[in-house]
Design a protein around this ligand. Structure first.
Ligand SMILES: *Cc1c(COP(=O)(O)O)cnc(C)c1O
Length: 361
């Protein structure tokens, strides 16, 4: 039988969760609360849904492979040229394309750990090597990451905010990193939760881009815009870099409904505003309730909260909450990551936590 290369054989596959409908059936529960994947609990923008309906009868046609209208709109919004924007089947795909465009298996990448699981997957899929630099108090150790740069380092991944911890690195630290990298290296700044960030010290990565630095800024419609199921995200970078990435991109990588929905979602300021508002309110509610339950959490700049140390093993808490119809994400043995939901969902989470852990657990 044909075998893949050693570096593929040794990948531990991403474990997809079961569909919510299946969990509900197996556990005999109804209306499970899903707080496991950092999705927008408000749902998609109603304007996006309308726009999708309008495009359904055109599904016999291939999508616009150049994403003309969406790039035009983003370009006007962001004040960059359309050739400085690349669209992806989720920002996930853009990570993969960037790695395949700029790296060979003899190259090296630097990333923080724990961080987004897709980074090591992308690197391993081409057989290259990555150094994982441990977080310090839940945050990227950008100095340590700069220290990890080698002769053959081609890429640095910075998730800002970081997933799973929800923390950000601030302007001064980010500047220090940028001062230490030269231009034969690409810094990928993954800003999937950009819209949720409240900290005024959040780095202005667009400023570095305008200075002509080698930066790929990744953003997505999957989180605050509520379109995770459609798979669409975008990257901002120098036209010369994106032109190289476009050479290996699938010609029709973003589908027509996703493009139409993203265009409409960009015009729905009210939906975005409410999404952020609901997140901020939920955050304050959960901070208070976690405090009451004696659960230490890491303050978040995103739409999820990381609890680094639980009084019970994380997989066990996951199972127990699941039986109560609340789905969270265990992270290793000690920690969990919980997406901020709607007020009612947050209340159900707190009730379930209280029942399982008790007050002052
Ligand atoms: C959710 C998430 C993304 C978004 O991925 P899409 O492919 O755009 O859905 C990217 N990076 C991080 C760190 C995330 O948590």
């Amino acid at each position: 039988m044909i075998k893949p290369p050693e570096y593929i054989q040794t990948i531990s596959p991403y474990q997809p969760g079961k569909p919510v409908e299946e969990l509900e059936r197996e556990l005999g529960i109804k209306e499970a609360v899903k707080l496991a994947s950092n999705e927008n609990p408000l749902g998609p923008s109603p304007r996006a849904v309308e726009e999708i309906k309008r495009h359904l009868n055109g599904l016999n046609r291939y999508p616009d492979g150049g994403g003309y209208y969406l790039k035009e709109k983003l370009s006007a919004r962001l004040g960059v040229g359309p050739d400085e924007i690349i669209l992806g089947n989720g920002s996930n795909e853009l990570l993969d394309i960037a790695v395949r465009t700029f790296m060979t298996r003899d190259d090296h990448a630097v990333m923080a750990w724990p961080s987004f699981v897709v980074y090591p997957l992308a690197i391993q899929s081409i057989g290259a090597e990555a150094t994982r630099v441990s977080l310090i108090e839940g945050r990227h150790d950008l100095r340590g990451m700069a220290d990890a740069i080698r002769e053959n380092t081609k890429m640095i991944f910075v998730a800002n905010p970081n997933n799973p911890t929800g923390t950000i690195n601030r302007k001064d630290e980010f500047k220090e990193l940028m001062d230490r990298v030269n231009d034969d290296l690409l810094v990928i700044v993954d800003e999937a939760y950009y819209e949720y960030v409240m900290d005024p010290e959040y780095p202005d990565t667009m400023g570095y881009f305008r200075e002509g630095r080698n930066l790929l800024i990744l953003r997505t419609f999957s989180k605050a815009y509520g379109l995770a199921g459609l798979r669409i995200g975008y990257g901002i970078g120098r036209a010369e870099l994106l032109a190289e990435m476009n050479k290996i991109r699938e010609p029709f990588n973003t589908n027509s409904l996703a493009q139409a929905a993203a265009l409409a979602a960009l015009d729905d300021d009210e939906h975005l505003r409410r999404s952020i508002e609901i997140n901020n309110e939920g955050k304050m509610f959960l901070y208070r309730e976690f405090g009451r339950l004696g659960l230490e959490y890491i303050p978040t700049e995103a739409n999820f909260i990381f609890i680094p140390k639980l009084p019970v093993p994380a997989p066990e808490l996951y199972d127990r909450l699941l039986k109560r119809g609340v789905i969270i994400r265990p992270m290793g043995q000690e920690a969990v990551r919980i997406t901020i939901g709607l007020p009612e969902e947050n209340r159900r989470l707190v009730e379930a936590l209280e029942a399982e852990l008790g007050k002052g657990a």
